[in-house]
Structure formats: C-alpha cells, structure tokens
Design a binder for this molecule. Structure first.
Ligand SMILES: [Zn+2]
Length: 239
C-alpha cells in the first residue's frame, strides 16, 4: 500500500517538476519543501485545524515583527528561506518553495501543507521567528507535530527525528540558546501534512539582540546553513 502510493507519488512529483512546477528541479531527487512563514498581509479567514475537524483557526494572524528593526517576521523568514533554497539546490535537492515573494495575503496553512503533500517532500520545513511579551526571552526552538490518530500518527516519528537534528544543527551553527524541540497539537499546517514536518523558530524578533542578528545577512546565512545541515542529517540528497 505504502510502496504503491510512494510510486504513484514519485510519478506525480516527476510530472509536477517536468511541467514546470519547479523548472530547475530534475525528476529524481530528494524533494524539500521550504515554507517561509506568513506573507505581506495576514489572512483572518478560518480553516479546519485538521482533516474533518469542526475546530477552526485563523489562517494566518500575520506573525511578529522586530522590536528594534520593525521588520515583519514574514520578510525575515523569506530572506532566510531564499538563502536555504540556494544551499539545498547546490547540494542536489529538489526545492519547492511555498512562496518566493513578499506580496499579498497569506495563503493559510492547509494550502501550504498541500504544496508539501503534492511534492511528496522528504521534509516540509516551515521557517519562522518567534515573538514574546518579554523582550528578554531569546533562543531557538523547533516545533513538531503531537500525536493525533489519522492526522499525524504516520508522520510523527520521522518529524520528531528531523526536529532533533535540525534543532541541534541550528543551535550549533547560530550559537543561540537551546530551547529544545516542542510538540504541538494546534498547528494546522502540521495536522494537514502527510509528509514529515518541522517548524524552526529561529530566534525572537521581540528580543533586541536577536532582532538585530536575524536582520543581518551574516546571521541569516548562518541560519540557512544550520537548516541545511539539519536537513542533510535527516534526509541526504539522492543521486
Ligand atoms: Zn511565525
């Protein structure tokens, strides 16, 4: 069952790449879906928190912003995601982005998960920066799905392994405070994902020091490098 599905998936992925879903990608390679969190505008429409759920959540509250730089989180996420794309492509991965521009209303989290599912991603990497009411709070954490039968039960073990590897690589590469991996049941984009998924919170934009760092090209490159190292440790590129 699983292998037949996987074969069908590989075929679909090949077709998607061949038809220009992502023109630079060869047909047979490890697919990574990179999801820069949020977008220029929030999306206050709601969507079910998981397949078949009556519980609904806002599609995208819009994220946080720099306490010193005032840069929106969506911009920071995108800059790091574009750097990560470059590193992963050089490694031989097929990279699919959920967005490559800062423009318009955020697409919401079911749509983001569907992009990862369609690509049959080896890993769905959702790039975010954190916010807190305390400007003192700082550090890096990586979120992964909590157990929910029928939603995340199949992707949980691999997602947890990926979260541990990415968290370790990020903290080492950034030299940031290690806030660990965090299990979450309330993330719509996790509950709709059929592929292993992680959500690194790279640092706190509400902390003056981490806001400045996350807005510097050198630190953004280190964040991308840390993500790349974690991704390689979890799912090495094929071919
Ligand atoms: Zn965010």
């Amino acid at each position: 069952m699983r292998s037949a599905l996987a074969a069908a998936g590989a075929l679909l992925a090949s077709v998607a790449f061949a038809t220009g879903g992502d023109a630079a990608s060869p047909a047979h390679c490890t697919a990574i879906v990179v999801d820069p969190g949020h977008n220029a505008r929030a999306n206050l429409a709601t969507e079910p928190i998981g397949p078949g759920s009556h519980a609904r959540k806002i599609k995208d509250g819009g994220g946080t912003r720099g306490v010193v730089t005032h840069t929106p989180e969506s911009v920071v996420n995108l800059r790091i995601a574009l750097r990560l794309r470059k590193l992963l492509r050089a490694d031989g991965y097929c990279v699919v982005m959920t967005r490559t521009r800062e423009a318009g209303v955020s697409m919401g989290n079911i749509a983001r998960a569907r992009i990862a599912n369609r690509a049959h991603a080896a890993l769905f990497v959702r790039i975010h920066a954190d916010g807190s009411t305390s400007t003192a709070r700082h550090g890096t954490s990586t979120l992964y799905p909590a157990f929910h039968r029928g939603w995340t039960s199949d992707i949980l073990p691999e997602s947890r392994v990926a979260a541990m590897k990415i968290q370790r690589a990020l903290v080492r590469t950034l030299g940031s405070r290690d806030l660990g991996i965090v299990r979450r049941s309330d993330i719509t984009g996790f509950n709709w994902s059929n592929v292993p998924v992680v959500l690194p919170e790279l640092g706190f934009l509400t902390n003056p020091r981490e806001d400045r760092l996350l807005n510097s090209p050198a630190y953004q490159q280190r964040a991308a490098r840390g993500l790349e190292r974690g991704i390689r440790a979890f799912a090495p590129p094929r071919g």
